[in-house]
Design a protein around this ligand. Structure first.
Ligand code: ADP
Ligand code: 5GP
Length: 204
């Protein structure tokens, strides 16, 4: 059990913007963050590990989880279902960890409606041309899927203003540094630090 209350952090951005890359860099910088592993009906990409990157589910298993109210949020994205298991998120917050959700814009809106205290960050690519280059460079998506992801990306970027913060992923380490700074700033908010002034030894 850690001393401070954990933050719920929602990160969205188009597929290929670099969310996984920047989150990995952020988690190398801080040991007080836990990544929320989502459930998905999408097939695993080469190298992805069940239970680490995602919980890979059939459509039937996913539908059962919806029926059992197991999700904090869920949404469909480019033909596949994705959802955040509610229980794991709450457990890690209760343990005092900051919990990071890498989710698309519809799911983020559901979380922010339920949890207005969540911190929201939109991770943007430096340009659409660079996004296309990264999607192709990753080499994990079929050509027709790339077209779908680029189409969806335009609609997603139009919703960036709904987020409290926008981080541009030009350089992944710089973007991770900005995310780190956002978390630090959130933890310094007076509503979280007030007890220190009122009850601490160094009260003024
Ligand atoms: P997402 O999780 O948003 O779908 P990824 O983290 O898988 O995106 O990144 C997509 C591709 O872009 C990967 O091949 C990754 O190595 C590359 N990438 C990520 N961030 C950068 C960056 N700042 N500069 C150049 N390439 C990047
Ligand atoms: P990918 O297939 O590239 O891993 O992810 C596609 C999109 O699904 C990304 O925008 C990612 O943020 C989003 N995503 C991943 N997990 C979840 C989830 O649990 N809920 C929602 N709503 N979106 C998710």
């Amino acid at each position: 059990m850690r001393g401070e209350r954990g933050l719920l952090i929602v990160i969205s951005g188009p597929s290929g913007a670099g969310k996984s890359t920047v989150i990995a860099a952020l988690m190398r910088r801080r040991d007080d963050i836990r990544f929320s592993v989502s459930a998905t009906t999408r097939p695993p990409r080469p190298g992805e590990v069940d239970g680490k990157d995602y919980f890979f589910k059939t459509r039937e298993q996913f539908a059962r989880m919806i029926a059992e109210d197991a999700f904090l949020e869920h949404a469909e994205y480019v033909g596949n279902c994705y959802g955040t298991p509610a229980e794991a998120v709450q457990r890690q917050l209760d343990e005092g960890y900051h919990v990071l959700l890498d989710i698309e814009v519809q799911g983020a809106a559901q979380v922010l409606a339920k949890r207005p205290d969540a911190v929201s960050v939109f991770l943007a690519p430096p340009s659409m041309a660079e996004l296309e280059r990264r999607l192709r460079g990753r080499g994990t998506d079929a050509e027709e899927k790339i077209a779908g992801r680029l189409e969806t990306a335009r609609a997603e970027c139009a919703r960036a203003r709904d987020y409290t913060y926008i981080v541009v992923n030009d350089d992944a380490e710089k973007a991770a540094g900005e995310l780190d700074a956002i978390i630090t700033a959130q933890l310094c908010r007076s509503e979280l630090r007030n007890h220190f002034i009122l009850e601490g030894d160094r009260s003024i």
